[in-house]
Design a protein around this ligand. Structure first.
Ligand code: ATP
Length: 235
């Protein structure tokens, strides 16, 4: 579904990605793990068209999207939930969700997506009229994910969904990601919480200072001694 080839990204003279290549197959949850500053967010931003690569290709269903405008990439079926959520704090929960459907016009289909989002996130349904800025951190994460789902994506890019959440909420969010995937959405998940990400992912890639250093089935990556000491807090 997604194939990234030899991607190089620069911020001015600083090179953030040094020629990374990976793929995401339809139906998978693939996780990209790595320390702070490894280039995880840059990878997602480049896929969704917010950052332009200097070299390399990003094939989505066989089409190179590396020069396609971000709003067209959304229409093609790729949704990005950025780090830090970026919800509209002065709009209500419902208004935020409606904003997520801006690429669509069929009212009935939008209504169906809204119902599906409420099924995944019952807490959002209870709070439709509440201003988004007054939601808790976990609820804001749910809203950001719900808003992305309103564009009916086939590929969901998630940037650090666990950031700043309590362990119980992290469990809940990851359970929801698993369900969204089971219902047919392919997921590329960027996480610093490698432990949780490797529990739900099918496959994993490890990114270090802009280079991929390891890849494999999530179970294998989890059992790798280097990963255990560097990312899973074991000695
Ligand atoms: P984090 O989880 O902290 O966001 P990350 O793995 O997502 O880490 P990136 O945010 O992609 O890493 O950053 C990769 C590198 O690019 C870092 O060295 C970072 O300082 C640099 N970088 C990121 N954004 C910018 C920017 N807008 N301008 C300049 N340098 C940037």
């Amino acid at each position: 579904m997604l194939e990234v080839k030899d991607l190089e990204v620069f911020y001015g003279s600083i090179q953030a990605l040094h020629g990374i290549s990976f793929k995401v197959n339809e139906g998978e949850i693939v996780t990209l793990i790595g320390a702070n500053g490894a280039g995880k967010s840059t990878t997602l931003r480049t896929i969704s068209g917010l950052v332009r690569p200097r070299r390399g290709k990003i094939l989505f269903r066989g089409t190179d999207i590396s020069r396609v405008p971000a709003h067209t990439i959304v229409r093609m079926g790729v949704a990005h939930v950025p780090e830090g959520r970026k919800i509209f704090p002065n709009l209500t929960v419902l208004e935020n969700l409606q904003m997520g459907a801006y690429t669509r016009s069929n009212k009935q289909e939008i209504e169906e997506s809204l119902e599906r989002v409420f099924k995944s996130f019952p807490r959002l349904k209870e709070r439709v009229k509440q201003l988004a800025g007054t939601l808790s951190g976990g609820e804001q994460q749910m809203l950001a994910m719900g808003r992305s789902l309103m564009s009916k994506p086939s590929l969901l890019l998630l940037d650090e969904p666990s950031m700043g959440l309590s362990p119980i909420l992290v469990e809940e969010i990851f359970e929801i990601i698993k369900n969204i995937n089971r219902e047919g959405t392919t997921v590329l998940l960027v996480e610093q919480n490698a432990f949780m990400a490797l529990q739900i992912a099918h496959r994993a890639y490890v990114l270090e200072t802009g280079k991929l250093v390891l890849e494999g089935a999530a179970k294998e990556v989890r059992d790798n001694p280097k990963v255990r000491s560097a990312y899973l807090g074991e000695l």
